[in-house]
Design a protein around this ligand. Sequence first.
Ligand code: 13P
Length: 337
Amino acid sequence: MELETTAQALVAPGKGILAIDESFPSIKKRFDSIGIESTEEMRRAYRDLLITTPGIGEHISGMILFDETIRQATAAGVAFPRALEAAGIIPGIKVDQGAKDMALHPGEKITEGLDGPRERLLEYRGLGARFAKWRAVITIGDGIPSPGCIEANAQGLARYAALCQEGGLVPIVEPEVLMDADNTLARCYEVTEATLRRVFAALYEQRVVLERLILKTNMVIAGKQCRVQNSVTEVAEETVRCLRNSVPAAVAGIVFLSGGQKAQPATAHLNAMHQMGSLPWPLSFSYGRALQDPALKIWAGKSGNVSAAQKALYHRAKCNGLASLGQYTPEMEELAA
Ligand code: 13P
């Protein structure tokens, strides 16, 4: 498949991406929350549940895997990338090696992973990956983010994206402005816009083709610790206004991370953006927690709960698929309950 075709398929109408690429520390955190140990077999069993959810390909276009996961297989012995293809889902892979403390920049992160990426991308493509993800983290705080942090992360994203396109993979470029602090929505807007403008300048300098790229970004939203939390309409309007001001219309699509939003608000926000008239780009979701959390809680590490957990995942995928068309209603949650 050509890169444009793959990129367009990832944001096909009514579909979005499921991120199941948690690193070892992140998946341990998720498993700790349900009181189970993070062993290789438990991680495999959990990803098996997600990947083999009946009908999931109706609403999920692609899944992002982790280095360990792309080499694992279903209980029936089918390699995960093959199982995804059979379900009509495009396999993807996280290629960055995590956000580390940035030297001389207290409180800020720089994403690593530009050592030998060409070889790793080639290997992942051989294993079946057709797209990739690189996440940069921008932290809001007293006097941060700094220009140096935004610049260094933008350069990393752009160099990775160029390597992906050279190697035949669609890059998902993910600069995430965290929503953990006490900042207002207006401050998130300002930081998100500055970050995106710098990222697209770096992509241009590195000759990255926008039609062959997906942007993954945060919504414009108040920090979790902020006393003023805005309405669904305000979040939707300010997010779209920010993206219109900083993302070229040529990108193949934009998808959101959930970033700690609860499952239902993440769906409601996306839906509201699609009720504001036509948009310059396909706009959908690439959630991790906001898709997985209900299923993770129901599963709780017990094989007897797999079917109920899969139903919960299917439900969230369906609600978000409809939200990406502006056709979601809160009543759908009650019907499912
Ligand atoms: P969340 O939706 O849980 O924020 O994760 C999405 C993701 O892939 C972050 O890189």
